[in-house]
Design a protein around this ligand. Structure first.
Ligand code: F6P
Length: 430
């Protein structure tokens, strides 16, 4: 995997993040690296996430899922970091096993999925670190009833991934369900390289050991200088740009297989860095498609965003047949991959020409190893950004108000937040 910052330096006259800026930041990165390494050694909350390439035991995961023979599908019931990491992997890789995610409580989507499945050959993985997340538990109860109605022994087809406490742990104990432990000190958005993110991939037959090897390769690049650590360099550039008003980061992979990765990145970046009035808003885009929808804004809109362009250099290709159609001769005989690469490079250049900073991240291939590299690098970039910004990277207190309000509105307790919602004046324009 490579991270190329050339297009940031080429536009430094506009935004001010030059090589000298990064050289001045490097001492702070060295201090951050020292804090990170000390936090990893003590398995301090959050920093332990960066130990997962060695602390995760693939054999434990394979043992937990090994009892489910020849599933047609796996349904992961979880939300946020309890679903997005696993989905990033299974959506990026081919498998004969369908991987589905119930990570929302949209009744039409849930009903449609359950109607489409052969529940007798489906495995269910209920994932929740806290074991108390309303959406996850509600969806589980719906899945459980659907299996009952289909005459399927739900307990025979379900395993649980959860912490030591909570409703889910109680359920697993009560019904003697296989349980995968969630690693201590690892927030959901940093848990893809653990039982949380790897179980579905293992059930789909993917090489989870290779995911961890790719992550370990990026772990080995961590050093006390951003000029030696691609992930630290990316995090430092994002931080320096955000300090200068570039408070958005458009994650734009030129690969459909990485579309879910952008969703995973959005939670990682938003929930880790959006604190104390600071942060950098993750935008999700897909190349080349969003050249025809968002690029106008990225190129000619406010000077407030970095565009992060990601591609794989090795991938399958599809040739474009020769044609005698007027004006299309330039396409005939080339390939979709060549066209995608041309679009990628043209987008980069068009952003530079407009003075808009962009970073190029290149994977060798979107496979298990490459995904491990990319995921670990982004996690590390996020951690170093949080250190430079002096925010509490590994907590997310701002999400609790809404949870209490929702629970109160459902009668789950007397919460003043629920009253605030009920008392809210509406302005309805009919
Ligand atoms: O794994 P849990 O405890 O169900 O939490 C799911 C998600 O909800 C959050 O706690 C935010 O509400 C995320 O940080 C987490 O990934």
């Amino acid at each position: 995997m490579q991270i190329d910052l050339g297009n940031v330096l080429d536009t430094a006259s506009v935004h001010g993040v030059s090589r000298e800026t990064l050289e001045r930041l490097d001492d702070r990165v060295a201090a951050a690296h020292d804090r990170i390494e000390r936090g990893r050694e003590t398995d301090e909350h959050g920093y332990a996430s960066l130990n997962l390439p060695s602390s995760t035991d693939p054999a434990e995961i394979r043992e937990a899922v090994g009892g489910f023979e020849n599933p047609s599908a796996i349904v992961t019931v979880g939300i946020g970091g309890s679903a997005l990491g696993a989905a990033t992997l299974t959506d990026a890789l081919d498998s004969d096993v369908e991987a589905h995610y119930l990570d929302n409580v949209d009744p039409e989507a849930v009903a449609s999925l359950l109607d489409s499945l052969d529940l007798g050959s489906t495995v269910v993985n209920v994932v929740s670190r806290s074991g108390t997340t309303a959406e996850t538990l509600a969806n589980f109860l719906v899945v459980q009833e659907a299996m009952d109605d289909a005459g399927v022994d739900w307990a025979d087809r379900t395993f649980v991934t959860t912490g030591e406490e909570g409703n889910l742990r109680d359920l697993a104990n009560q019904h003697d369900l296989p349980v995968l432990p969630v690693p201590d000190g690892v927030p959901g958005r940093f848990s893809v390289l653990s039982t949380v993110g790897l179980a579905a991939a293992a059930l789909c037959g993917h090489d989870i050991e290779a995911v961890l090897e790719g992550a370990a390769a990026q772990e080995a690049r961590l050093s006390d200088s951003l000029f030696d650590s691609p992930a630290y360099a990316y995090g430092a550039v994002c931080f320096a740009l955000a300090e200068r008003g570039y408070t958005a980061n458009a994650m734009m992979p030129y690969a459909e297989s990485l579309e879910t990765f952008s969703e995973w990145f959005a939670q990682l970046w938003a929930e880790s860095l959006g604190k104390d009035g600071l942060g950098q808003t993750p935008l999700r885009a897909l190349g080349a498609t969003d050249q025809h929808s968002q690029l106008q804004l990225y190129r000619a809109g406010p000077r407030d965003k970095l565009v992060t362009l990601v591609r794989a250099t090795d991938r399958e290709d599809v040739s474009i047949p020769e044609t005698d159609l007027d004006g299309l001769a330039y396409l005939g005989g080339s390939s979709l991959g060549e066209l995608l690469d041309a679009e990628f490079e043209a987008t980069e250049a068009s952003l530079v020409a407009a003075g808009q900073p962009n970073v190029r991240i290149e994977l060798d291939e979107v496979n298990e190893y490459g995904l491990g590299e990319l995921l670990y690098a982004m996690e590390t970039a996020c951690v170093v950004y949080g250190e430079l910004a002096s925010v509490e990277t590994f907590v997310q207190p701002a999400v609790e108000w809404g949870k209490r309000a929702a629970r109160g509105l459902l009668g789950g307790g007397d919460f003043e937040e629920a009253d605030a919602v009920a008392d809210k004046e509406r302005l309805i324009i009919d």
